[in-house]
Design a protein around this ligand. Sequence first.
Ligand SMILES: NC(=O)c1ccc[n+]([C@@H]2O[C@H](COP(=O)([O-])OP(=O)(O)OC[C@H]3O[C@@H](n4cnc5c(N)ncnc54)[C@H](O)[C@@H]3O)[C@@H](O)[C@H]2O)c1
Length: 380
Amino acid sequence: MTKVRLGIIGMGGMGTDHFNQIKKIENIEVTALCDLDEKRIAFFDGKKFSDYHKLIISGVVDAVCIATPHYVHTPAAIDALQNGLHVLVEKPIAVHVNDAKKMIAAHTDKKLKFAAMFNQRTNPIFQKIKQLVSTGELGEMRRINWIATDWFRSYAYYASGGWRATWKGEGGGVLLNQCPHNLDLLQWITGLPKKVTAFIGLGKYHDIEVEDEVNAFLEYENGATGVFITTAGEAPGTNRFEIAGERGKLVLEKGKLHFTRNEVETTQFSKTTSQRFGVPPVWEIDIPVSGPGEQHTGIHKNFRDAILNDAPLVAPAEEGIRSLELGNAMLLSGLQKKTMELPLDGEALYCHLKNLIETSRFVKQKTVEAQDDLGASFKH
Ligand SMILES: NC(=O)c1ccc[n+]([C@@H]2O[C@H](COP(=O)([O-])OP(=O)(O)OC[C@H]3O[C@@H](n4cnc5c(N)ncnc54)[C@H](O)[C@@H]3O)[C@@H](O)[C@H]2O)c1
């Protein structure tokens, strides 16, 4: 194979953006589109489907990109994998860990590439933070603090899709739609905590039934602690990611990465100094990193290269279960008002979600077709 024939399933805001980006990339071509809404694919000259299974078995695609509402990710990805197609699935890979496990179990033919759209992994600034942590440059991790409250969404946003912000249609709120990027980067850089305790606000700032505010406390195996705060109801929000280790502190804010590096590890200084009020001497380092990376285009190119040349995936879909573990644990902790241990009991979350769907009295406001460009929502 010298060129990947791709089908896009779900041609709403994100699917359309993928379509436009892929047009500019060599050796990958969109040969089929699928959407339940025929209007969304009417412009296309290639094969068009309203049923994703028919696209999958059509013989005109080698791979699919799934950009539907979240619950459809699981059956569409499993169907495609079982029918010998490579799969690139949008974030979050599923609504909950139980569905993610089913998708991973369906990936039996390892010749098929199964990737997730965690485009922020292509950002050099996050790659640099990961490198500084994983090489031990920051020393043993002590404290993590990510305030990610710049996910403001208006009522118009929630009205732009009947599935949005409902237990039945979306399966969650800010944790499942906006934060999968943060949660993926967090687990990618720091690993998963052992325990999660969270406080959540359901429809606190909007007329929605799902969570739009989260304050979570994380406990790691080595004793490090973390705080993750997010909301879709605050403006102006903050995006500040801070990691303190034995050898200093990394701060990412407003696109700038600063490393205050301790000349001596904190614990060693504490045990050896005779100064009562002394602190370790430091070097102040601005870490130069330019640009946001290739983002979605980078993931598409990597998916193509994995299929054509066996390149390693930047974001294997199998890793998508980790951000779900984290997000699902925050949600369940907030709903049940207790600490969750990881790995999460997927069944407990699944049952709780099922109950929320069955007992929901929420009436979704009228859907209003989006007038603006989804690109305005991208964070790098
Ligand atoms: N990676 C990113 O930066 C990013 C940004 C935005 C959205 N997303 C993700 O993209 C996905 C889609 O989000 P969106 O904002 O484009 O939603 P959207 O509502 O704009 O589009 C979803 C589309 O899927 C179609 N659809 C629904 N069920 C279908 C089915 N069974 N078969 C075929 N088509 C179906 C709908 O008709 C709609 O056109 C979600 O997973 C979302 O989290 C990712």
